[in-house]
Every structure is written in C-alpha cells, then in structure tokens.
Design a protein around this ligand. Structure first.
Ligand code: SAM
Ligand code: SF4
Ligand code: SF4
Length: 355
C-alpha cells in the first residue's frame, strides 16, 4: 500500500496511475553521471592505487551521447521526475557540457513545468564554465569542499588542488546566479574533522549553505571504517556550542539534509545523516551511469542496461515500460538495513566491518 506521505508527493495529474516502487516511493529525481573521469583522486572515492595511470576508463563509444541522455531524461520526466542532477566523476570534464544542459532545459513535466537542473561538482572548472552553464539553463550547483584548510584539502583530493581554486569556482557560480550554493564536506574522523568549524565559520554570513556528510561505505575500494564516521549529532553539538544553532523545518518531504540556522542570523547549515539516520523511506532517486545503466540505489550491485536497448532500436514505449517495470520492482533500502544490522555503532564495528 502507498505510504500516505509519499502519495502527496506524486506530481502526476489526478486520474493517472502513479508510478511508485514496491515500498510506495515515487520517482522524482534523476542523477545523471556524464563521465566516469575526474581530475581529483579523493581517497574515499577514486583512490590512486586503483584509479592510477593504467586504470581503464570508459571508451567514448560506451558513454551515452547527449541525445541518448536527453531521450532517457525525457522519459523519466514523463514519469514524475522533476529534478535532474548532473554528476560524475567530475561532470565539468565532459566536453560541451553546456550543450547537454541546454538540451535538458527543453524538457518539461507532464504539467508543463520546467525540470530543475542541478549539478554536483568539485568546482575546479567553474571559473570559466559557470556562466555558460547558467546561460544554458543550469539552476543550481552543489560544490564539494572537504576542508577549508589548504594542506588538508590538498591531501584529501590527492592531486594538490588548492582551496583557493574551489573558492574561485564558488564565486563564479554565485556571480552567474547559480546560488545559494550548497557546499558539501564529507567528514572523516582523523582526516578533516579538526578543520570543520573553520569551514562553517568561513561561510557564515554568506548565502551559501555548508552541509556535513557522514562518510559512507560506497563501493568496495574506499577503505570505509565505521570508526571514521562522526555521527552528525556530534557535529551538531560542536557547532551549537561554538556558534549557536536552531533546527529548521525540511523544505520538502524527502529532503536528505537536517537543516539548522545560526541563532544570530548568520545563515544555514545542514547535516546529511546517511549512516546514523538513513533516509531510504523517502528516497525518490534513480541514477543513470555514464555508460547508460539505471541504478535504483547508490549501493545497488548492478544496474539495468538502457544503452544496449537504445542502440538495439527500442522504441520510447519500450524504454518507458522498462523504466516502469524497474521502478515498480524497486525494494532498495540499503542504508536502513545496514543500520538495523549494525545497531549500536560501536558494537557492530567489529562484526559488520570485520571482513
Ligand atoms: N566530482 C563531483 C564532486 O565531487 O562534487 C561529483 C561526483 S562526487 C562522487 C559526488 C559527491 O559524493 C561528492 O560530494 C563526494 O564528496 C561524495 N562522496 C563520494 N564518496 C563518498 C563517500 N564514501 N561518503 C560520502 N560521500 C561521498
Ligand atoms: Fe572526483 Fe568527486 Fe570522487 Fe572526489 S568525490 S574523486 S572530486 S568524483
Ligand atoms: Fe536511497 Fe539506497 Fe541511499 Fe537508501 S541506501 S537512501 S535507497 S540510495
């Protein structure tokens, strides 16, 4: 049976059957990975030991063309998606990205509303790309910046990129009207936790919103250890003691960040509790990989290959039926199950991570 809160979320006109998954969750967001390449080698995401000079990135022929991406995006919008997020790898490394944004910008929801287009980026290319992307129809950017301390940041991206370059990118994005910008920092105990108050302090008094993300066990290569996760609640307490915080209401059902404002009016911060308080119950996201597979969960072991179907001549109806079937069958709730399995964080560390 449909969850009553989620029922309200479905944007389809009355009378049309809503597309919901096996747990009653509608489909609202499509994350589009436009490349598997990146100019950073963040240890937790693309460690150099694996993504070194000999790593085989996808050849051009295996990456979806802009036409193929747009075709799938249109089919998703027809089924309830009202937000596209460009990601990667590093999305700004994809040649002619503004052209793709312009193509996605043409897509409307069944009600004729525009589909919001956002992008998550490390911001190193924004100095020159922010304005062309904004002109093409990009609405907002989220910038990843794990530390405001230059030495810590250079070590975390492992390619010696300075903080200043990211700050320049943030300024360019703000000047192009892509703000307020969300600044995401993945929190790792013993790696960047000593620099987080300074990160918050840097953006206090600006319209930009720092969001602290609990380090997740994505993939199999990032050396995840539960003892490196600092629960968001601990960080909230630290920031509250330093600056004074008060909670804010969520902007919309399914919003992943717990929102707070500084009591002195100096702006907002957020905490993404993917590990300690997972939000699978309101997860409305599908993911399209650069090589054209759809994943129904960040932790899904495998995707469904839409590229072959498209290149074998599938019609829009056939592709749409594939999306419908995939979403209806969706039962993913990996983070909730992990939390249930781990229970007390400290206790599970041994049994859950041990292997
Ligand atoms: N390259 C772009 C960037 O870094 O913003 C977009 C892709 S990146 C995979 C998207 C986001 O995932 C980044 O904010 C990154 O910090 C986050 N991320 C990657 N691995 C993570 C992990 N193990 N735990 C939590 N967040 C992670
Ligand atoms: Fe690149 Fe983003 Fe992954 Fe860092 S988190 S390696 S910037 S894709
Ligand atoms: Fe969504 Fe999967 Fe993350 Fe749960 S674990 S919030 S289902 S992506």
């Amino acid at each position: 049976m449909m969850h009553p809160d989620l029922d309200d979320l479905d944007p389809r006109p009355q009378g049309e059957p809503a597309l919901v998954d096996a747990l009653g969750r509608p489909l609202h967001d499509l994350r589009i990975s436009v490349t598997d390449r990146c100019n950073f080698r963040c240890q937790y995401c693309m460690p150099k030991e694996i993504f070194g000079p000999n790593f085989a990135f996808l050849p051009r022929s295996e990456i979806l063309s802009f036409e193929e991406i747009t075709r799938l995006a249109r089919l998703f919008a027809a089924r309830g998606v009202n937000k596209f997020r460009l990601t990667g790898g590093e999305p700004t490394l994809r040649a002619e990205l503004p052209k793709l944004v312009a193509m996605l910008h043409e897509i409307e929801t069944p009600e004729g509303a525009p589909v919001e287009i956002a992008m998550t980026t490390n911001a190193t290319m924004l100095k020159h790309l922010a304005q062309p992307l904004a002109d093409a129809g990009l609405d907002r950017v989220t910038v990843s910046l794990d530390s405001i301390d230059d030495a810590t940041f250079r070590a975390m991206n492992d390619m010696d990129f300075p903080v200043a370059m990211v700050l320049e990118g943030i300024d360019a994005a703000a000047a192009a009207g892509l703000g307020p910008i969300k600044v995401n920092a993945v929190v790792r105990r013993g790696v960047n936790d000593h620099t987080l108050l300074d990160l918050a302090r840097h953006f206090r008094g600006t319209p930009h919103i720092v969001r602290f993300i609990e380090f997740m066990d994505v993939g199999t290569t990032n050396g995840w250890r539960l003892d490196e996760v600092i629960p968001a609640a601990d960080l909230v307490a630290q920031l509250d003691a330093e600056f004074g915080l008060e909670p804010l209401e969520a902007n919309y059902a399914g919003e992943v960040a717990r929102r707070y404002r500084y009591r002195d009016g100096a702006g907002e911060v957020g905490f993404i509790t993917s590990v300690t308080q997972p939000f699978c119950g309101t997860c409305t996201r599908a993911r399209l990989s650069a090589d054209g597979s759809i994943y129904t969960c960040l932790f899904a072991a495998g995707g469904t290959d839409f590229r072959s179907a498209m290149r074998d001549g599938a019609s829009d109806e056939e592709l749409g039926a594939m999306i419908d079937a995939l979403w209806r069958a969706r039962t993913d709730r990996y983070s909730e199950l992990r939390t249930q399995a781990t229970g007390d964080l400290q206790r599970v560390e041994m049994s859950f991570i041990g292997g």
